[in-house]
Write a protein that binds this ligand. Structure first.
Ligand SMILES: Nc1ncnc2[nH]cnc12
Ligand SMILES: [Mn+2]
Length: 577
């Protein structure tokens, strides 16, 4: 019997459902209530909520049953693992669907990177949808490993997993009607696809340009006022709780019974160790409830709101015709997950991944995604920053758990005509080394707020162009750290007195590794210990924070391979005044 007919027969109780789940307290996301009914599932689809019998019966024993959680905006690469591995990490946390934006790997390997992410997702039990990278490179003020045009993106719209155009970050290119950007936006609108926004620091009338262009979401709000302004204009607001950007609690005051349906949860960028230790959207729910949000609103934000934002018509609810992506919970407020089902199949139990038929992705890594760190050798002297006695400088000040930075001006120490990093003043040297096109570009700057007392750190995760970004207390360790990036083919490294204290190779585009996530987590622990040896005491993730200092579309002051960049005026400025 054809599956569709089987489902109708099961719905009509003319045949038994494949599976029924009895005695559960179901979250009815439409009425916002708990209902005690039986869920009938056939061919992975919910065919009935009511009084049903099934070939197999699961007794939920009074547990709560939620629709599977949806992460509305995530860069999978930021977890440093492949989509297949990523699904094994997030499913035990109740995430059954993600909308991902592969612009990280696209900035390194262009369309080959996007294709790899789509192929790698096919093996994964997690429902992975993609938004196509709209800004590669993010701005004209940096060099990435690719330049993606509307023509490059067009073929990918044929994939069912592609929902639309990913976060439009280059606001001036929309505001000034740059032809290349308008072509990408028009293509998505003509195909009636979704378009994600990124409107960091933009409010009031200029924001109308985004909405008029069809850009309907934003994940960059850092204040309730910004969120309110976006909701008023018809935007969906994505409350972000990631590893570097933790904006959820400060945004919660904007959420009311009346507007909650236009709010959803996203992680955006969450490191593997945070996902394993803290969780994903499950953590966002529990954190929201802990901070006073009504539990039902929180579960609606994590499920049906995200599904409706992206027109996923069979996701986000426990109702006939919806996919049987659901979670059994022991407790709603603490989001204590007992079992996770995807399309009616039990995938995770008590926080562990239930072995499914395929536990390793059989997608091989294309060669051109390996060994992607290319830059000419340079001397330590080329890392020096010319300065004057008693000079002042434009300095990037980092804020814990934020990806925005402050632009401050301070007096710096100078000797022999060059800037001297100062541990007392917490003024460290930062460098961005272009690694894709052998341009030889080295952007130099000064950063405050990391508090390192020795050594250097470097990584090839440097949003969004993913050049090498390095931070140091001295030029020798800075040079060694950047050299290690080339030797390792990308990743993360901690250096002290010329020695490698800890490292994590990321062989795929310098962003991810195909190694099992457990191995990566151990190496991240080693890195945490090594960070302490160079004096890091902050309550934030220094590598993730460092990785955002090269992203010139997030206020206030950032650094690209072309130099210091003042975001509000969208222009480069000198370091030394
Ligand atoms: N929040 C963000 N905005 C733009 N690019 C990003 N890459 C990773 N996170 C990002
Ligand atoms: Mn963004």
């Amino acid at each position: 019997m054809e599956p569709f007919v089987r489902r109708l027969e099961a719905a009509a109780k003319k045949i038994k459902a494949d599976l029924v789940i009895k005695n559960g307290k179901i979250i009815d996301v439409f009425n916002g209530e708990l209902i005690e009914e039986t869920i009938a599932i056939t061919d992975g689809t919910i065919v009935g909520v009511g009084d049903y019998e099934g070939v197999t019966t699961i007794d939920a024993k009074g547990k709560f049953i939620s629709p599977g959680f949806i992460d509305g905006h995530v860069h999978i690469e930021s977890a440093m693992v492949t989509p297949f591995q990523f699904s094994q990490v997030v499913i035990p946390h109740g995430v059954t669907t993600v909308i991902a934006d592969p612009h990280e790997i696209a900035n390194v390997n262009g369309t080959d990177g996007i294709q790899f992410m789509i192929d790698s997702a096919k093996d994964a039990p997690l429902n992975i949808y993609y938004m196509l990278p709209s800004c590669v490179p993010a701005t004209p003020f940096e060099h990435a490993g690719a330049i993606l045009s509307a023509e490059d993106l067009q073929p990918f719209y044929q994939h069912d997993c592609v929902l639309g155009l990913g976060e439009v970050m280059d606001f001036p290119s929309v505001f000034n009607q740059d032809p290349a950007m308008l072509k990408k936006i028009n293509a998505a609108n003509l195909l009636k696809k979704k378009i994600d926004g990124h409107a960091a620091g933009i409010s009031g009338d200029p924001l109308n340009v985004y909405l008029t262009a069809g850009i309907k979401t934003d994940h960059e709000c850092v204040t309730p006022e910004e969120a309110y302004d976006r909701l008023k204009k018809g935007m969906y607001v994505m409350l972000r709780e990631g590893s570097a950007a933790k904006d959820l609690v400060s945004l919660l005051p904007v959420v009311t019974e009346r507007n909650a349906r236009r709010c959803l949860f996203v992680t955006d960028d969450k490191h593997l160790d945070d996902l394993l230790a803290q969780g994903s959207i499950d953590y966002s729910i529990s954190l929201s409830i802990k901070n006073g949000l009504d539990p039902i609103l929180a579960y609606q934000m994590a499920t049906i709101n995200a599904a409706e934002c992206f027109d996923l018509k069979t996701k986000g609810a426990i109702a006939p015709g919806y996919d049987a992506d659901l979670i059994l919970l022991n407790d709603l407020e603490s989001v204590d997950i007992d079992q996770v089902f995807i399309k009616g199949k039990r995938i995770a139990e008590k926080g562990d991944f239930v072995v499914t038929e395929n536990t390793t992705s059989d997608v091989s890594i294309p060669n051109n995604l390996l060994n992607t760190v290319h830059f000419k050798n340079f001397s330590v002297e080329e890392l020096q920053l010319k300065s004057l006695e008693n000079a002042k400088a434009n300095i990037i000040e980092v804020l814990p758990n934020k990806i925005i930075t402050k632009h401050i001006v301070e007096e710096i120490e100078t000797s022999n005509g060059f800037f001297q990093p100062s541990i007392d003043k917490d003024q460290l040297k930062i460098a961005v080394i272009e690694r894709h096109n052998q341009t030889g570009n080295i952007g130099l700057g000064i950063v405050k707020g990391f508090g390192l007392t020795a050594g250097a750190i470097a990584t090839t995760i440097a949003h969004d162009s993913h050049n090498v970004v390095a931070l140091a207390t001295n030029d020798y360790d800075l040079h060694k750290a950047t050299e290690m990036m080339k030797d390792m083919g990308g990743g993360m490294v901690v250096i002290k007195d010329g020695e490698v204290l800890a490292s994590l190779p990321l062989e795929i585009s310098g962003l991810m590794t195909a190694n099992p996530f457990a191995i990566i987590n151990d190496k991240l622990m080693d890195i945490d210990h090594a960070l302490k040896e160079i004096g890091f005491k902050g309550n934030f993730n220094p590598f993730l924070t460092l990785s955002f200092l090269a992203l010139p579309v997030i206020p206030e002051l950032k650094l690209t391979d072309l130099g210091l960049f003042q975001v509000k005026d969208f222009k480069h400025i000198d370091v030394i005044l």
